[in-house]
Write a protein that binds this ligand. Sequence first.
Ligand SMILES: Cc1ncc(COP(=O)(O)O)c(C=O)c1O
Length: 367
Amino acid sequence: MKVNFVDLKKMHEPIRKEIDEAIKGIVDNTSFILGKPVELFEENFASYCGTKFAVGVNSGTAALHTALLSLGIGKGDEVITVPNTFFATVEAILHSGAKPVFVDAKEESFNMDPELLEEKITSKTKAIIPVHLFGQCCDMKPIKEIAEKHSLKIIEDACQAHGAEYNGKKAGSIGDLACFSFYPAKNLGAFGEGGMITGSDEELIDKARVFRAHGEKPKNTHNLVGYNYRLESLQAAVLNVKLKKLDEWNSMRRTVAKKYNEILGDIKGLILPKEMSYGKHVYHLYVARVKERDNLQDYLKEQEIFTGIHYSTPVHLQPACSFLGYTKGDFPVAEKLMQEIISLPMHPFLTEEEIDFVGEKLREGLK
Ligand SMILES: Cc1ncc(COP(=O)(O)O)c(C=O)c1O
């Protein structure tokens, strides 16, 4: 048996006809950038997240960069985030001209440790980017309290957390702005690149709209230098169809996670992901921990079970960030986690047989 890490074909099969029609509509209409399909998707996505507005852009990275610019963040400013994230979180901070400052993760949740946050704040700090890693929200209450106390803005990096919840609130509706990626393998994925900024502050959202389209407002007037971060209509049309399935797919992911928890719970040396009491995990990734991670991954690959590592090197130790002056040992929790994590196959259509097979081989591999 071969177990794929993700299976987009299976996700698209039941809605293929509707997607084909949506694409045909765009091709017939020949309006390929922004326009009605993007506006419709923005409305639907904002309503899904529980925000007043949403701004479609062409990647999660573009969303983060645009959000930072809309908040007026740039050279001389500091932005706090975590080192155990995809590189793009930090890349966007660097693109804005600001300096990324890291705070370590909490072992049980993989997410930003609020208890270590306040000591990182300086007179230059302007914003915090909590990353809802793997599909689970950060503990936002203490993070928000600290942000309010120090007049800092919050940009949620919700690129892995479409539909996740924190105390009943959807990811994307908690910070001043929030950013999503529609990279194909995400819980809500496009047929290419895509991203979104959500928020309820009209002024900030207007700025984001201007930045994403060359700083042009009104037509033919460029009051600022923006970017070409426009979302394509084809992607919006596909995403509009897929959005209707998001809750169903997320609940199927939760069923897969529950089954993994049941069959893997008693394996010695294997630490399973924990759903925190304050939220609803949408399992973009099902990330377990084990000391002999690389050996296990090789063994599973030999059995045709495909896993991932998200990610193997924390951002502060990436060569491109060496100029920031961090060294090994600066963020011990994130560093330890990143040596032990293994992402097991996870998608809504994983069958019971496949899950059992993963469990059986994992048990064998850890003997
Ligand atoms: C946590 C996180 N932030 C940012 C991004 C960047 O999104 P994109 O790849 O759409 O630019 C990703 C995507 O992988 C991500 O997982």
